[in-house]
Design a protein around this ligand. Structure first.
Ligand code: NI
Ligand code: MN
Length: 225
């Protein structure tokens, strides 16, 4: 499996079989992203919540690629209402897709669509793909139940926000990594806008002080997991 970081919370997973999964594809209006949505396709689009910096260009991409959206029920209904294919799920529930297993977890955050529809609860996702387990926390504050998520899933990669203001900042994110105990932490949701400026190397240093691994992905970087 390959993991590509567009910036913000936007990632692309390419499975060993070649399926493409996008998470929160905020590209065209994202000042830190050099990839344009017209150059991206997706078999599956996972949305953690309905905010504009997470729905992003999902509809543009799905229109061209006939993607299947995977979201919590209320957001899936909103997506289906716009004429797209959606698989409705909810927090605590998992499902086996063609690419692997996906389970929604809690996140402490809001979820209103840019045109003011209620998007249900904001969520995180645990993905089991090609024998690796990824936990994309979505936008969230720190919560103690992350410990349970770590205990129930042997997380290889934890993708988590460090930008503060809307989500965890660096110190809370370090605590989150302690609770989940992933093999590698990957910071996200920082430096996109001045209000969420944060130094990923400060985060990395603090994670390394715990004798844990941290990978700061460059914008546009793709790594083999
Ligand atoms: Ni948000
Ligand atoms: Mn956000």
């Amino acid at each position: 499996m390959k993991l590509k970081y567009f910036s913000h919370s936007a990632f692309q997973i390419t499975t060993n079989e070649g399926q493409i999964i996008l998470i929160d594809p905020f590209l065209d209006d994202n000042p830190t992203c050099s990839v344009k949505s017209e150059d991206v396709t997706a078999d599956f689009i996972v949305l953690t919540h309905a905010h504009g910096d997470h729905i992003g260009d999902a509809f543009k991409i799905a229109k061209r690629s006939n993607s299947l959206f995977i979201c919590v029920n209320e957001l899936a209904n909103y997506v289906a209402g716009k004429g797209f294919n959606a698989h409705n799920m909810h927090i605590g529930g998992g499902y086996n897709f063609a690419f692997g297993h996906l389970k929604f977890t809690i996140a402490h955050h809001g979820s209103m669509t840019p045109d003011n529809f209620y998007g249900g609860e904001a969520a995180g996702v645990v993905l089991s793909i090609d024998n690796k387990i990824l936990y994309h926390t979505g936008d969230t504050g720190l919560f103690y139940d992350m410990k349970l998520i770590g205990e129930m899933n042997d997380i290889d990669y934890m993708l988590l926000p460090i930008g503060d203001n809307f989500t965890m900042g660096i110190n809370d994110a370090v605590k989150a990594v302690e609770l989940v105990n992933p093999k590698t932490a990957i910071p996200m949701h920082y430096n996109t806008f001045p209000v969420i400026n944060a130094d990923p190397n400060e985060f990395k240093m603090k994670i390394n002080e715990l004798d844990k691994k941290c990978k700061v992905m460059e914008y546009g970087e793709e790594i083999e997991l």
